[in-house]
Write a protein of this length. Sequence first.
Length: 750
Amino acid sequence: MTKQLGILLMLLLFFVGAFSQQKTIDQRVDSLLALMTIEEKVGQMNQYTSFWTVTGPAPAEGRQKKQYEQLRQGLIGSMLNVIGTENVRKVQEIAVNETRLGIPLIFGFDIIHGYKTLAPIPLAESCSWDLDLIEQSARMAATEASAAGINWTFAPMMDISRDARWGRVMEGAGEDPYYTAIVSLARIKGFQTQSLAANNTIAACAKHFAAYGFAEAGKEYNTVNIDPYTLHNVVFPPFEMAVKEGNVRTVMNSFNSLNGVPATGSHYLQREILKGKWNFDGFIVSDWGSVKQMVAHGYAEDDKQAVKIAATTGSDMDMESEGYVTYLADLVRKGEVSESVINDAARRILTVKFELGLMDDPFKYCDPTREEKLLYHKEHKKLAHEIAKKSIVLLKNERNLLPISSKQKKIAVIGDLAADDNSPLGSWRIGSDDHSAVPVLEGIKAYTKNYTYERGVALKNGKTDFLHHVKLNNTDTTGIGKALRLAKSSELVIVVVGEHGFMSGEGRARTDIGIPHLQLDMLKQIYEANSNVVLVLMNGRPLDLSWAEEHIPAILECWHLGTASGNAIADVLFGDYNPSGKLTMSFPRSVGQLPIYYNHYNTGKPFIPNTDIVFHSHYADQANTPLYPFGFGLSYTTYEYSDFQVALRDANKVKVSFEIKNTGKKAGEEVAQVYIRDIAASLVRPVQELKRFKKVALEAGASQKIEFTLTEKDLGFYNSKGLFVFEKGSFDIMIGANARDVQTKRITIK
Ligand code: NOJ
């Protein structure tokens, strides 16, 4: 038998195996469904957050007691936020041993950038442009979470983020739909791998469907009104890819209304697009309480009607509304909701439980020895460190202030955040332990002893409360005198400022996206005292850095980098790692520019640089461009792009080739980017669209040829009806180090 034939046969066997496994699952689901009462089916559709301290006293009074009873009656299908194998086992034992059919629960959790060991926040991680590492990061998260009893994560978040006022930009992969799709795919692969049946894989959840990132004015949970054209080309692509190529097993709908319809009650989004057009065969979970919230939206008269709408339009599982479990069985009995609706939902949920192997071994994730061994595993810490280094973006480096020589005398380190071991963990880290980040000071200590630390002004006013509200210190300037004296007597000042880790994330929209006031004041005064300032920024969203960009010679964007934060920052500060991160969201010059994104349309009166024409699309008081463009990031070396060629091939394929050379003195990694622009089309197209990128490692002096082929799939777009069209004509092809600094060649397809 030839080798090819052998491979073919193996593939065939694999598909037959996968098919027959699915067939068995389908049959087993059918048999189970046939045994279930209406209440039990609805029970599968009900999800609660962890409702009592399983390790503590018996369930308390009121709602908790009722929920405990519901658990025993098989009226709960899933729980979220149960922490640790011991607790998961206790709850699971009740579901398996005390309910009539013994159907196990599926345990969900927000594992957004790690469970115990934390990688950088997702927005930061996306700046690495390193898909392999991003996948490994999700793998690490899944390994730890599954070892702690969890079998389902509410990630990846794939909302397109164009407005830095929105606190949840920290959770996604930035403003570009193509890049977000590819990063999300890597994350899904890392969570789910090829086989959900293993005990170290977990089901992923594509969220939030849909358009949550377009919340008006960046205000949390706000209304979204966008046209179908934007939906199909900007919002949907990552979700479509997650379903079709990533086989994502669950999708979460979203809190917002979209064009007048709350997403949780949207027939169009859930039945027509997701389950219809894309054939999604996993299940949809509502967002927290979003079923009942349709009453507040003004879309349902009361909770009962909200339940009816949500279930019939395709929300399969109700997270924390307690709505399905209260009303749905009755609605089915009265014929107001068809029984096929709950059959379909329960079927989808049970299928995923079978796929996870929970039906065969409900305790497969509950091994305390594994838990003990894998949480904070030293290999995970190493990986988190590696990703953190690669997520840092060098925004400015004048006078070659960076990297710092470890022989440098008299370094001052100033800023509350420099000593902080909690804030760098960022938002969304509920599984991890507070104060488990390496602070910047500790990282620096590993490179030099020639530094002195002063806190300067405090970032916060007191402690964060249990909901992690950060009260900013806007009054207490104690500490600034000492900091200024230190700056004056030092040769170099590292200033660590920015947002506290809990200033971004859900419910953390801001109208002021500057460096929090007193810290900015302090930075200005330090700069007056000593202009040799290296600014180390920590934040969960693009900030307005206009003043800093104008004055400060060196700026390092360090986000919230997770467990290994301080080590990674020190590696870059002292040149042990040559920064390679590039921004995935444009940084505005002021909040007034928001929303700002590189892939906008041109308008009929586009901005013309270097003119004072009044009647063109611009602001009278500010430049049109962002402060730092999409794709931007510097390095300690330099790169040159040359020999750029485009050629037309058969079947409307465009071959793009160019060479990159490392023209500096240090080895480094460069993210080369390819953009297109469709010059004229039946609908206006963006001025630029990212279509390919490659991260290449180059020794000093080395060069590499890069080649890509663009196809009709890259050159076409969705029309307003959601049909994909390719239109012949002229296209600009652009290559470069970021969206601003590009070389362009035009090609015409006849
Ligand atoms: C609300 C958030 O919007 C969602 O992303 C999250 O997964 C759920 N809460 C569960 O915590």
